[in-house]
Design a protein around this ligand. Sequence first.
Ligand SMILES: Cc1cc2nc3c(=O)[nH]c(=O)nc-3n(C[C@H](O)[C@H](O)[C@H](O)COP(=O)(O)OP(=O)(O)OC[C@H]3O[C@@H](n4cnc5c(N)ncnc54)[C@H](O)[C@@H]3O)c2cc1C
Length: 325
Amino acid sequence: MVDTALIIEELCAGGAGSTLAQMFMLNPIFGGVSISKYGSDQMRREWLPQLCDGRMTFCMALTEPDAGTNSLELRTIAARRNGGWSLNGQKIWITGVADADKMLVVARTTPLAEAPKKTFGISMFMIDVDREGLSHQPIEKVGTNTLASSTVFFDNVHVRDDELIGEVDQGWRQLLDVLNTERIVTTAGLVGAGRLAIALGVAYAKERRVFGGTAIGAYQAMQFPLAQRWAELEAAKLLNLKAASLFDNGLPFGSESNAAKLIASQAASAVAEHAMQIMGGMGYSREMHVERLWRDARLFRFAPVSEEMILNYIATANLGLPRSY
Ligand SMILES: Cc1cc2nc3c(=O)[nH]c(=O)nc-3n(C[C@H](O)[C@H](O)[C@H](O)COP(=O)(O)OP(=O)(O)OC[C@H]3O[C@@H](n4cnc5c(N)ncnc54)[C@H](O)[C@@H]3O)c2cc1C
């Protein structure tokens, strides 16, 4: 995960911006982490080589119209049928479905009303995207247009028993490993995108002269927001590498990965905004690329996890304060 984070950061800093991190969520995280940590031996043998050489691509379907931040309230249900399962429900904002072979589906195998606790009754399945009864529809969105995001419908989709990932009804804890590594990848992309926005802003500020001979980059109003965000991005990077290293060593990493994502998403979003301010009118033109970085970075303040939920998590898990919701 440390190697992955470093590679993603450089690719994003080199011109792609934060959207590229999403591409690294699909195969290495949604496919790679789920199968390598919780898949059967047969899944590992058959699918991981195809994932590595690019023959098999993945996506993950967790979010629903009424279950985003409150993911434990998801309603997509997998009911026992004909020695397998029958899947019914709806998902939203599922990225990469149109290009994926496999979908990691998070569903209830015990309805919430019958579960002894909310975290019980969630299961993960790895199914074929082109299966009968599964349909999807792209959503028009503000940015991150490298990959489409779609609404997905399951209408009596047959799922085989051997497509279960991990243990039935115990998928919540396994899912957290997928979600928390998704944060590491997201942060790496945001640090790279932030570096790119700083580089574009600095280059423009050094050249642009508005009142006589002084370049606008000499004005502290132009400099300070760049310097502030540079410091935050460096801090986010180090915390993220700590999270990645903890994961690589099999240690808990949730607090570090979430906190790093919080800082990185705010810093990358703010620095893209400021780079646009530095460029004045030209920042608003497509030609300068900053508008793309600005649109893309905005997403990550509320996805894949919102900054409010990270603060809730830190307040309860790290500070021991009571839950407000
Ligand atoms: C472009 C894009 C791509 C995505 N890709 C995927 C994907 O591939 N797979 C997938 O499963 N999902 C995906 N998502 C979904 C994404 O993870 C969710 O949008 C995100 O988790 C937020 O859920 P929500 O949109 O339902 O917001 P809501 O849950 O409706 O939250 C709305 C607001 O309320 C705030 N809020 C809610 N509860 C609290 C609280 N207790 N305290 C304080 N504030 C609170 C939230 O922080 C947020 O700001 C994607 C979303 C987008 C936009």
